[in-house]
Design a protein around this ligand. Structure first.
Ligand code: MSP
Length: 518
């Protein structure tokens, strides 16, 4: 039976250009969306950009441009990158859009009317240079705020607060009853520990005197909304089906899509998604069953260090896609990291994986199989000689692939596919079709082998559709297989007796080392 999947990613800050970490997350969600489509599920994939907040205001000021202009330029870079990387989304959440602003204000007004928000004065240490309040996290090992904060003064400020702490017990019980809420498991445990420590409420406003680039509070025009409170709401303001803040979640088309699956990095689970977002949804009437699932991925690092502009180690995904092709990049970031864990980015690994898995194992198999079929049989394959040993292997590859993809372990699913391609190459060596072709008495065996290879390639092509949509289509075209690629069609025996294969041409040309200026 077809299921329905509403897949969202974090929306990217538009204070600087996209890097490989942003690209990874959007490709991961795109692959999961494409996988579910392959299965016949209904999918809505939402991604977008987080355009408000202090950092954007500061970056725009530094460049001497209006924040609107600044965010529109950075947003264009994200849009261009997703197009280049074949990240195909159904909804685009850009938080400066009127639709979002209206939704955020309606929800704030509702929470205010229901007494979930209150005004209070709090004091704290404030960095004048960075224009932000500092917490103990910002103190150095000596207990002092470092020189990067400039002058630090004690300030009192009046703001609006969201009654977060009163929902602590509810959130604990939710985490105990929905043990699949956060993937991987250890992150759910981490979240539970953090929830135990919730002590205070959440400040959801910033006085316009120090931050103007945000959404005005509908009930007090002297304030704008704290950027996280604004950004998190994108998952409902841009969700499929209209959401009305007044009607809660009992809305036909809107409700159908929940719970959403939200794909985020490990840095924004606690407190943003795991605490604020869950409690915000609960406060506006979402049921426990509708609470989104959080798929928490790890980080791409550079030689163990964080990727950051200040360290000067930012990898530009657009340049990589230009150099090696977008599918080489998609394959690398999907195959060389276990979802949930960190990995080290390296251009050499990208080349090694591409050449090893795609050019050698898969590309080689495709070339050999098609060439031999043309040389010995004019490209026509025959169903002959009973069951193939590759059939059982194909079936177990499909089963492993499906199990891993259902668990969002894309690297393991790909490994199952490449292992199968490697076994097929071994099968070629063992059956030695070039010898069979010389012996007229073994004509049926040759037909049997050539059919199995074509069929194996067809199954493999279907399985790589989510990660390598273009290459998969090329392989299917070379096999002259004209039906829709669906997971159901990955069943052995799809190629009919007497089917004419197309001509081979390289789909995965090797990347020569000289091209790589690492
Ligand atoms: N704007 C917030 C998210 C708001 S969601 C309502 C934000 N933006 S971000 O641009 O800093 O990060 C966007 C996503 O990219 C996050 O999920 C983050 O974890 C992910 N990554 C940022 N750097 C990363 C790596 N180096 N590696 C993998 N993912 C990383 O946070």
């Amino acid at each position: 039976m077809a299921d329905r999947f509403y897949i969202c990613t974090a929306i990217d800050y538009t204070n600087s250009a996209p890097h490989i970490g942003h690209a990874y997350e959007k490709i991961l969600a795109d692959v999961l969306a494409r996988y579910h489509r392959l299965k016949g599920d209904e999918v809505f994939y939402l991604t977008g950009v987080d355009q408000h907040g202090q950092k954007v205001q500061q970056s725009a000021e530094k460049q001497g441009v209006a924040p609107e202009q600044f965010v529109s330029e950075v947003t264009q870079k994200f849009v261009a990158l997703w197009e280049k990387l074949d990240v195909r989304y159904d909804g685009w959440a850009a938080t400066i859009e009127p639709r979002h602003k209206e939704g955020v204000q309606a929800l704030l007004q509702r929470l205010f009317d229901e007494g979930q928000l209150y005004k209070a004065t709090e004091g704290g240490y404030y960095s004048v240079r960075q224009e932000q309040f500092l917490t103990d996290k910002e103190r150095g090992p000596d207990g002092e705020f470092g020189p990067e904060w400039g002058e630090v003064e004690f300030r009192e400020e009046e703001n609006y607060y969201f009654k977060l702490a009163q929902h602590k017990e509810w959130l604990l019980s939710l985490l105990d009853s929905r043990t699949d809420l956060v993937v991987p498991d250890f992150r759910q445990l981490e979240l539970r520990n953090a929830v135990e420590k919730i002590a205070g409420d959440l400040c959801i406003s910033r006085p316009k005197s120090r931050l103007s680039w945000g959404i005005e509070l509908p009930f007090d025009r002297d304030y704008v909304t704290y950027v996280w409170f604004d950004a998190l709401l994108n998952y409902i303001t841009f969700a499929p089906g209209p959401y009305s803040s007044a009607a809660g979640t009992n809305l036909g088309e809107f409700h159908r899509w929940w719970p959403a699956i939200i794909v985020i990095g490990k840095d924004i689970l606690i407190p943003a998604h795991g605490i604020y977002w869950m409690i915000m949804l609960h406060a506006v009437g979402f049921t426990d069953a509708d609470m989104p699932r959080l798929l928490v991925h790890g980080w791409w690092n550079m030689s163990g260090a964080k990727i950051s502009k200040s360290l000067g180690n930012v990898v530009d995904p657009l340049a990589l896609a230009d150099k090696y092709g977008n599918e080489a990049l998609r394959y690398y970031v999907m195959s060389d990291i276990a979802t949930g864990r960190d990995s080290d980015f390296s251009e050499e690994r990208l080349i090694a994986r591409y050449n090893g898995d795609l050019a050698n194992s898969l590309g080689n198999l495709l070339n050999r199989a098609l060439n031999m079929a043309h040389r010995y049989r004019g490209g026509v394959v025959r169903q002959a000689g009973g069951d193939s040993p590759l059939r059982a292997q194909a079936e177990s590859a499909v089963a492993a692939y499906q199990r891993h993809m259902d668990g969002a372990q894309v690297h393991a699913a790909l490994a199952a596919v490449i292992d199968f391609a490697t076994s097929c190459n071994t099968y070629v060596e063992m059956t030695a079709p070039w010898k069979l072709a010389k012996d007229p008495e073994r004509a049926e065996t040759l037909d049997h082998v050539l059919y199995a290879l074509a069929e194996a390639l067809r199954v493999i092509a279907i399985l790589i559709v989510p990660v390598l949509p273009k290459a998969a289509q090329e392989v299917l075209t070379q096999l002259n297989w004209k039906h829709d690629a669906t997971l159901a069609a990955a069943r052995w025996g799809g190629i009919t007796d007497g089917h004419a294969l197309g001509k081979p041409s390289p789909v995965f040309p090797r990347i020569e080392k000289s091209e790589a200026t690492v």
